[in-house]
Design a binder for this molecule. Structure first.
Ligand code: NAD
Length: 464
């Protein structure tokens, strides 16, 4: 038999590409199978343990992460170039997610229904699926793995995490921190790229994916072919609709941060500002707000816009700006690479394009956004909805009626009024419509749907 080929991968700091964070071997299909075997052995005992034991273990895991807070935030800054204030907030959120699901482990685990007789019982009880496979991106390297792993563990599953190669250092550190709180083999990281991800789908009992649309669809098809439940959270092309009564400066400040913060590398980033009526005052305020955002070294407290993740990612932003200009768009600011060795690119704004232009239709995943002017609210709705994605939308207005009216017509999984499209509440359902999501929602109580199935139990008394 031929030896399985081991592929060496590495993760480098985007602000200092000569800084090698971690070098690792891709987990082979045999390695994934062995990890799945260990996870399956651990899952049996874990599912049989009491809910209180699982809750206490997750609390201990939260304590371990809280104890390493500054170190993990520092590693996040280094490995994925996240500005330090956001990195610190993400670790805090990770701790919060673990504590929240530690409590959910103790919540009711099913429902009762009217039974066949007054003494009989009819119950639908939740039970774990077994081994949960998680495939995650690099952009929220603590929050996303944990908002999947914490409910999976709380409800009695084992977890195999296949992180993005660009965030492998953080995933391995998370595993080290969580290990002492959990039975051996219950939470394992299988580092690697696409091949490892594909092997993972073949070995698990349910699958949760976050990443691009192309990969998410492929993963969901593979999971369905195996007959296992899956969920995929994918890209976005999120719009903020600015109505004529909104304060243009306030809206511009919020939208600038949502479009360009962390160099626009959030699935919830604003990539389209749709302005109803005269776009002049808002556009002017947006350009000023974007130009005022501190760009630079992510380890500095003031930085809002750090580098993008790789050289290719920077190239995509520069090409999108060039293509938009060639298509008749006006480059309002940006469009240039930053100085120095890191993958910096200036926050870029474009207007003068129609809603069918590529920049207004396809996710770039970087610090670039387009301003689209429309004459009325109906047009705003049709432009906002006229894309293949539907993750989140926001509306800026002082008029409650108009806010509610628009919110009801936007075809997105989440709507935010006078708020940035970015920002996630881990105790509420999270997910999108159309190309942005597949399968049940994640986070909050909704996470139960993927990580458990119900068993309906009928009990009759001997005497009726
Ligand atoms: P990606 O799709 O390239 O990779 C995501 C994960 O899938 C990685 O772990 C990758 O190694 C793995 N993968 C790649 N090919 C695979 C295959 N054939 N089979 C199995 N796994 C495979 O995405 P990315 O570049 O890491 O992240 C950016 C994307 O993620 C953007 O599109 C962004 O919008 C999206 N995203 C979505 C959400 C959300 O919740 N909706 C959150 C964050 C990021």
């Amino acid at each position: 038999m031929m030896e399985a080929r081991q592929v060496a991968l590495e993760s480098r700091s985007p602000q200092r590409p000569d800084d090698l964070v971690v070098e690792f071997e891709e987990t082979s299909p045999e390695g994934v199978a062995a990890a799945a075997g260990r996870a399956r052995s651990a899952a049996g005992g874990w599912a049989a343990s009491s809910a209180l034991e699982r809750s206490v273990a997750l609390e201990r895991a939260a304590d371990a992460l809280a104890g390493a807070h500054a170190e993990v935030a520092g590693l996040m800054v280094r490995e994925v170039g996240k500005p330090v204030t956001e990195a610190v907030a993400e670790v805090t959120r990770g701790v919060g997610i673990l504590r929240y699901y530690a409590q959910q482990a103790l919540d009711p685990d099913g429902e009762t229904y009217p039974g066949p007789s007054p003494a009989g019982l009819l119950l639908a009880r939740r039970r774990p699926r077994g081994v949960a496979g998680l495939i995650t991106p690099w952009n929220f390297p603590v929050a996303i793995p944990l908002w999947k792993a914490a409910p999976a563990l709380a409800f009695g599953n084992a977890v195999l995490l296949k992180p993005s190669p660009e965030a492998t250092g953080l995933a391995l550190r998370l595993a080290e921190l969580l290990a002492p709180a959990l039975p051996e083999g219950l939470f394992q990281v299988v580092p690697g790229g696409a091949g490892t991800g594909e092997a993972l789908v073949d070995r698990v009992d349910c699958l949760s994916f976050t990443g691009s649309v192309a990969v998410g669809r492929q993963v969901a098809v593979a999971a369905t072919e195996r007959g296992i439940p899956s969920q995929a959270e994918m890209g976005g092309l999120n719009a903020s609709v600015v109505l004529p009564d909104a304060d243009p400066e306030r809206a511009a400040t919020v939208i600038a941060g949502a479009a360009m913060g962390y160099a626009g590398q959030k699935c919830t980033a604003t990539s389209r500002a749709i302005v109803v009526g005269d776009p002049g005052p808002f556009t002017e305020a947006l350009v000023a707000a974007v130009q005022g955002l501190p760009v630079g070294e992510p380890a500095e407290e003031a930085t809002v816009v750090g580098p993008v993740i790789t050289e290719q990612a920077r190239q995509r932003v520069l090409e999108a700006a060039e293509e938009a200009a060639a298509a008749g768009g006006r480059l309002l600011t940006g469009g240039k690479a930053g100085d120095g060795p890191g993958w910096f690119v200036a926050p870029t704004l474009v207007d003068g394009l129609g809603p069918d232009a590529r920049l207004a239709q396809e996710e770039v995943f970087g610090p670039i956004a387009v301003v689209l002017a429309v004459p009325d609210t109906d047009q705003a709705v049709s432009v906002a909805n006229g894309v293949a994605y539907g993750l989140v939308g926001s509306v800026f207005t002082r008029d409650l009626d108009r806010a509610l009216g628009l919110a009801a017509r936007l075809d997105t999984g989440m709507i935010r009024v006078n708020a940035p499209t970015t920002g996630v509440d881990f105790h509420a359902p999270f997910g999108g419509e159309k190309g942005s999501s597949f399968g049940p929602r994640e986070q909050g109580n909704a996470a139960r749907e993927l990580y458990t199935s119900t068993r309906t139990i009928t009990m009759l008394g001997q005497e009726g």
